[in-house]
Design a protein around this ligand. Structure first.
Ligand code: SF4
Ligand code: SF4
Length: 66
């Protein structure tokens, strides 16, 4: 499982990039993206997903749907 960034809502503020313990968030094109292969959902590092925690835009860092 992984989180994803809803690109249409991301303001590219960059806050999430530095909070991710897995180095899974990068700037690409006009928005930030989460590498689903690297995202650990912060398991073992934090109790809550740090990207969702710091993101100023509600419902922008959300669980990836399968
Ligand atoms: S859930 Fe955690 S590991 Fe996954 S992208 Fe967000 S901050 Fe990084
Ligand atoms: S914290 Fe939210 S708005 Fe800022 S770059 Fe990350 S996903 Fe985009």
């Amino acid at each position: 499982m992984a989180f994803q960034i809803v690109s249409s809502q991301c303001t590219a503020c960059g806050a999430c990039e530095f909070e991710c313990p897995s180095g899974a968030i990068k700037f690409k094109g006009e928005t930030y993206i989460i590498d689903a292969k690297k995202c650990t959902e912060c398991e073992g590092a934090f109790d809550t997903q740090q990207c969702a925690q710091v993101c100023p835009v509600p419902k922008t860092c959300i669980p990836l749907k399968h």
